[in-house]
Design a binder for this molecule. Structure first.
Ligand code: ATP
Ligand code: MG
Length: 404
């Protein structure tokens, strides 16, 4: 794409309106715009990155046989009354229509997905079923002060599994766990992301969170370095030893919860009476699991843990562009060679940005660091005299000279 067509406005200074680093860098680089506390617009650059993250998640969900759906954001009050959450869910936004119908704004979707999938289940032959969506969620968070780490409106992938019994649920739970590991690997977060044991509520011994180490994290986790797992603050009281090796020397760290998985068992199939007939024609309740990843929180987390003085350093798979081509000056030959490279990459199907603006080289290079394509390409009179161009990876210091 031509840079003159990209809708963005890089700011010289950090926004005073933001107290978190992720929001400051994202606003400065014109990825997002703040509309109100905890509410942001994703501008073209920000949407590209968010979509890249969500596509990684989508690919890994599809690999574990989950089907993508899209559920409504308006959840009828009666569904939420049925599970008791209309009155007990502290962050639920509630609204009333002109015709006096009441709705909860989707904060999570068990109350839609459970009756929805119930329609597809009659016998054991219909099970298991796995569905997910990637959607905007709404939560009336008291404190929305960490930029896109904690929004009142934010993006989430939520997957729900429906199985015949606890054993089948456990098998899928392990598959989902592996898929999550793969996702954090592709997002370049796996070195600092810990599988964390958390309380499972009344239904299960544990649930699991994925926690990424960061000083700005709201959670405290206790890491067992021998097993490379962690325990959440809330269960460390009861669970005093590592659930894997039984040791009790932990390293305490601050972390951001970037995902969590939970065995719901029959918590929701019971109120909605989701049952199937087994091989002996006996009626049984379906066993459910739910699996969430906050894709916009993941984006904010990456900004917090991956930046330098010049701006954000995106992992390769999610950068807004693979190549950013910058011709230096207005020399005809330089422009011609730069354009040739641009066409070559476009034809290869790479995401490539071409700086066609009438700006100083200094400004172009500074903006390039903030836009943070994986590779910056500089074409100048000096380089083409040697039949070359400059290639620099955003995450590296060295510049390479490559043949045109
Ligand atoms: P937290 O304890 O941080 O409020 P949660 O336990 O309420 O999170 P879930 O309801 O399990 O989170 O949601 C699944 C995922 O959605 C979380 O792991 C997190 O990545 C993300 N998430 C939750 N709340 C927010 C929010 N307000 N803004 C952005 N992402 C969020
Ligand atoms: Mg919460």
């Amino acid at each position: 794409m031509l840079q003159s067509k990209l809708i963005y406005k890089i700011k010289k200074e950090f926004s005073k309106d933001e107290d978190s680093l992720n929001a400051r860098l994202l606003v400065q680089g014109s990825y997002i715009k703040k509309e109100a506390s905890g509410i942001y617009t994703f501008l073209p650059l920000g949407l590209k990155v968010l979509s890249n993250i969500e596509n990684i998640i989508r690919e890994e969900m599809n690999k574990i046989d989950a089907s993508e759906i899209l559920m409504p954001a308006l959840i009828p009050k009666e569904n939420l009354v049925k599970t008791g959450r209309w009155d007990t869910f502290d962050v639920l936004f509630k609204l009333k229509s002109q015709t006096n119908n009441e709705y909860g704004l989707g904060a999570t979707h068990e109350e839609i997905v459970t009756p929805l999938i119930s329609d597809f289940i009659s016998s054991y032959k219909n099970l298991p079923i796995f569905v997910y969506q990637i959607q905007t969620k709404f939560r009336d968070e008291k404190r929305a002060k960490s930029g896109i780490l904690r929004g009142r409106e934010f993006r989430m992938k939520d997957l729900y599994s429906f199985s015949k019994n606890e054993d089948d649920l456990n098998v899928y739970y392990e598959n989902a766990l592996s898929a999550y590991k793969k996702i954090y690997e592709r997002l370049n977060l796996s070195d600092i992301t810990y599988l964390t044991y958390a309380s499972g509520g009344t239904f299960s011994k544990y649930s699991h969170e994925f926690q990424t180490l960061s000083e700005v994290g709201e959670d405290d986790i206790y890491i067992c370095d021998k097993c490379n797992v962690a325990i959440n603050e809330e269960i460390i009281e009861e669970q005093k030893v590592c659930p894997i090796c039984g040791a009790s020397d932990f390293r305490k760290e601050k972390a951001i919860e970037v995902g969590n998985i939970f065995k719901l068992k029959t918590k929701f199939s019971e109120p909605f009476s989701v049952k199937y007939l087994d091989e002996k024609n006996k009626e049984n309740l379906v066993y459910m699991g739910c699996y969430g990843i906050g894709s916009s929180r993941v984006m904010g987390t990456i900004v917090e843990v991956s930046h330098d003085d010049s701006g954000i350093i995106w992992p390769e798979e999610i950068a807004p562009f693979k190549y950013h081509i910058i011709p230096v000056g207005n020399d005809e030959e330089v422009l011609e060679e730069a354009n040739k490279l641009y066409k070559t990459y476009l034809e290869k199907g790479d995401e490539v940005l071409f700086d066609d603006r009438d700006e100083s080289t200094g400004t172009k290079l500074k903006d390039a660091d903030l836009i943070s394509a994986t590779y910056r390409i500089v074409v100048s009179k000096k380089t083409i005299e040697q039949g070359k161009f400059e290639l620099k990876k955003r995450s590296d210091k060295e510049i390479q000279l490559l043949s045109l």
